[in-house]
Design a protein around this ligand. Structure first.
Ligand code: ZN
Length: 168
């Protein structure tokens, strides 16, 4: 009920912004974006009350698969979808320090919904990119367009310079 109410407020705001004159629209969009962000954050928190963040080293244990080695335990990992799981299994990310968001399942596996790598204390988003086609893929593999292998790229989360990439 709460989320329905929030969504209708968002829709109302978007409509209000669209029908304003251009100058007022810029301020309106900024305001709207701030509001939407906080509303979306509230929705996420409400939808996933047991979501947690784990930091550790992404390792691979034969017979188990991807595992997060934290300071005091080994947590077996599963992905919320196959894109995330395939990324967790990417050999190039092995032994990287990562920050994982997800939920602990009853079977003891941590179900990952978000993955960031950490380099020098900074968070990086992982993506797979085909330079030829300028296509971004969610998981490792071949480009859906030209079938060439995609390139793993890591992009700093808190900077807006698209040139800063760590490529493997
Ligand atoms: Zn391509």
């Amino acid at each position: 009920m709460q989320s329905l109410k929030c969504r209708s407020v968002e829709v109302g705001l978007i409509r209000a912004v669209l029908f304003r004159p251009p100058l007022a629209r810029v301020a309106g969009i900024a305001l709207c974006a701030t509001f939407l962000f906080s509303a979306a954050a509230a929705l996420r928190a409400a939808d996933k009350p047991d979501e947690q963040t784990l930091v550790g080293k992404l390792i691979f244990v034969p017979g188990t698969g991807p595992v997060l080695a934290t300071s005091n335990k080994h947590v077996p990992l599963v992905g919320r979808n196959h894109y995330i799981f395939n990324t967790l299994e990417d050999k190039r990310l092995r032994d990287d320090e990562v920050r994982l968001k997800g939920t602990m399942r009853a079977d003891g596996n941590f179900q990952v919904s978000d993955l960031y790598t950490i380099h020098h204390g900074e968070l990086y988003r992982v993506r797979y990119y085909c330079e030829t086609c300028n296509i971004v893929a969610l998981a490792p593999g071949r480009c859906v367009c030209c079938q060439q292998p995609t390139e793993l790229q890591e992009i700093p989360l808190n900077r807006h310079d698209p040139k800063i990439l760590i490529t493997h």
